[in-house]
Write a new protein. Structure first.
Length: 217
């Protein structure tokens, strides 16, 4: 009795059952599940008037020029704006320091990942934005939450994109293809180059995955 083919069949069946069970146990998530809870902080600009905010923008814009390159008209406007703000007892330098701190906090929020999601088997939907094609199939791509993200629009926050490698490749029907991805989620802040017809952009991405399965949406 030849038992080798049967042994091979049993092994293959065990692998298929194991893969099916693994995919079936994947946690189905949405994009909100990738963003950490927002942090709270005081915003010293919240109670300022539109006129005060405009004056601050004028002063800040003037400060972006080298002294010998500052246009006379802007210098005059900035000096008048600074005088108005100081007459209202606003500490301009302190406000600019707070602005920088807020920008840093917002960036940290944009790139932070969810520790409890890292290493999880997940399944999630999104749009495929190709990065690398082989024989017309995407083997590396960004999964993004909305159609049109990153192309002539501001990119989503870094923690709202996933850098996906899929060696088997997935057929791309258009620039954006709606799909499901399944696999183990990892945290890997990286910069990816997105190319389009008239240029390219460098995009920060917080999550990564080597996908086990990519399916049409």
């Amino acid at each position: 009795m030849n038992i080798v083919p049967r042994a091979i069949s049993v092994s293959i069946l065990a692998i298929l059952v194991s893969a099916s069970t693994s995919l079936g146990a994947a946690l189905q998530i949405g994009w909100d599940d990738l963003a950490p809870p927002p942090t709270t902080y005081e915003n010293p600009f919240a109670d300022l008037t539109n006129e005060q905010l405009d004056d601050l923008r004028t002063v800040l814009r003037a400060q972006s020029f080298a002294e010998d390159e500052l246009p006379d008209e802007l210098q005059t406007s900035a000096e008048a704006a600074r005088l108005r703000l100081e007459e209202q007892d606003l500490d301009i330098d302190w406000l600019f320091e707070q602005r920088q701190m807020i920008m840093e906090k917002r960036r940290e929020e944009a790139v932070s990942t969810r520790p409890d999601m890292i290493g999880s088997e997940i399944r999630m939907p999104g749009y495929l934005l190709p990065l690398d094609l082989k024989d017309g199939r995407a083997v590396e791509f960004l999964l993004v939450p909305t159609m049109g993200a990153c192309i002539h629009t501001p990119p989503p926050p870094a923690n709202q994109m996933v850098h996906v490698r899929y060696p088997a490749g997935v057929e791309v029907a258009g620039l954006y293809t709606p799909i499901w991805i399944s696999g183990t989620l990892s945290s890997n802040l990286s910069e990816q180059t997105v190319r389009y017809s008239d240029g390219e952009a460098r995009i920060e991405v917080s999550y990564a995955m080597t996908a086990d399965l990519v399916e049409p949406f």
